[in-house]
Design a protein around this ligand. Sequence first.
Ligand SMILES: *Cc1c(COP(=O)(O)O)cnc(C)c1O
Length: 656
Amino acid sequence: MLINVDLPGRTVYAKIWRIQVGRIPIYLMDTDVPRNAPQDRELSARLYGGDREMRISQEIVLGIGGVRAVRALGYEPAVWHMNEGHSAFLGLERVRELVQGAGLNFSEAIEAVRTNSLFTTHTPVPAGNDSFAFEMVEKYFWQYWGQLGIDRDRFINFARQDLAWGAQYSMTVLAIRLSVYHNGVSKLHGDVSRAMWQFLWPDIPVAQVPIGHITNGVHTKTWLSPELKQLYTRYLPTNWQEQADDPATWSPVETIPPAELWAMHQQCKDAMVKFVRERVSQQYLRHGEGTRRLNTANHLLDPHALTLGFARRFATYKRATLIFRDEERLKRILNNPERPVQIVFSGKAHPADEPGKALIQQIYQYSQRPEYEGKIIFVENYDMNVARHLVAGVDVWLNNPRRPHEASGTSGEKAALNGSPSFSVLDGWWVEGYDGTNGWAIGDEREYKDEATQDEADAISLYTTLEEEIIPLFYERSADGLPLDWLQKMKNVVRTCAPAYSMTRMVKEYTTCYYLPAAANGRQYSADQFKLARELAVWKAQISQRWASLHLEAKTQGDMQITVGDPLQVEARLWLNGLPEANVAVEIVAGRQDVKGELLHPQVTPMQPTGTDNGALLFQGELTPTDSGRLGLGVRARPTHPAMIDPYEMGLSRWA
Ligand SMILES: *Cc1c(COP(=O)(O)O)cnc(C)c1O
């Protein structure tokens, strides 16, 4: 089956592949078909690489082509989930279908499309949030916006983001505007994303910006080593693989005899050492190394030494070389004859990320120095197979990103499942996962004035915890040679993290929080020729047009010390100036403030109408604060409509 999309001056075709994964069909689009020009056949050849033209073309194939593929296959999706902004053109294509086929105008079609769409943002790093110059968008879409019933300015401004280097067409903004549900991939990443995209809801406090979070999880059966799978099958309930997200499934981990757990872990570790030796010897052969070097590959890594693993993409914020910051101290740690330590690194950088590639080069060079020989190892060609060996075979999983740039991180979750505790910066999933008993933290939950200060503080914390806690715990052995306290840590990490960071838990959350409500919205909004979508669009246009004329005044006892449980009376006067009364809610918003004056956990108390006075509507409310200390207090009016899914989706409010 072939689908096609228009690119400047030509039509590009894609064929569709179907892969059956269990009960789930996955469809892939492939532009490598004879009808395409040679450069277009390359469009789906690689994920990264090429220039901005290549990128926008790929995203048109994915987004617009994706909708056409789904239709050609005969599907009528109930819910649309955009993972990252890369696929966001799919929302525009759905708008086009409705404008062309159902007679909706652009605004009405937007309401219909948003209501059953979810957007997940995966990173705060700018390189992960694609954006395009306006001229580029014009070149690719000048024939398209007419089909949406809008002009160039409306099309461009719909996804506009004003950046330090100028205005851009942002795929993240586009995705947010085309969906009613939005989420980040960990609790902290939710916080970071609300602050980052708050400009799209200018009158709404950061804490109420409609971006939630669902923390990433990993697929238990994919990432658990065969050795441990056997062990768990012996001690966990029979249905443990189906109930992987239930904490009760994992509590019998406590009953595994320490000697058995240790023996299994050692088997995984031996397998990892063997794998690494083979890989490194292939690397040496490829590099044309001599016999002496080739022989060293067969002896590197001591299967009984404390082994740290570090494997991930080498984006610079992940600071792969942080542990080399004080080399003298690192050498003392690694080369202690009684308590040796070794580190296995692996990873790839984005092809265009020169600093990331330089980090890999540095680690490789360290690994070739005599003082690190056999103790600092770099495994090339990081992929899922390398990852599987490492997460199962190392003793400790190291992760030291520059907080708060790690949106979630998942490799530590894979390691946790296999009983390897994380030793990690409190970023991404680990801020939630770490409970003091199941691994170690690097640094504090705080912000720094500059990166150098942060790097220095984190490096010191890393060395100190390694020397004073991790190494002594690992080498403390019972009379029969078992590291009992260490084994308890291993059990703790499995018991606490395996259920919470399973993909089962994650998919259930997506289903209940987003997919089911979105599917219900979709049915409601499309009923009776999209009656609700049309109504809401008309109503929003009226509100937006008249909102500026609304006026609100409030009398409170001011910003002051308020004691918990001590009620506070608030009065407000509202001049609607033509807006319908039923469509405006007046409420008290209060809560503790951070140093920047942002409300941390706003408590919203509705105010009641009590009468009129000289053309103004009077409102009264009583706030019973649940937070103590210095509270910020505001009174606001905001648009309200029974069909609105999110109370803040218009981004409008008027503060008194
Ligand atoms: C798990 C995994 C990742 C992601 O790891 P992070 O901890 O999120 O950086 C990347 N690449 C491969 C091959 C993986 O297996």
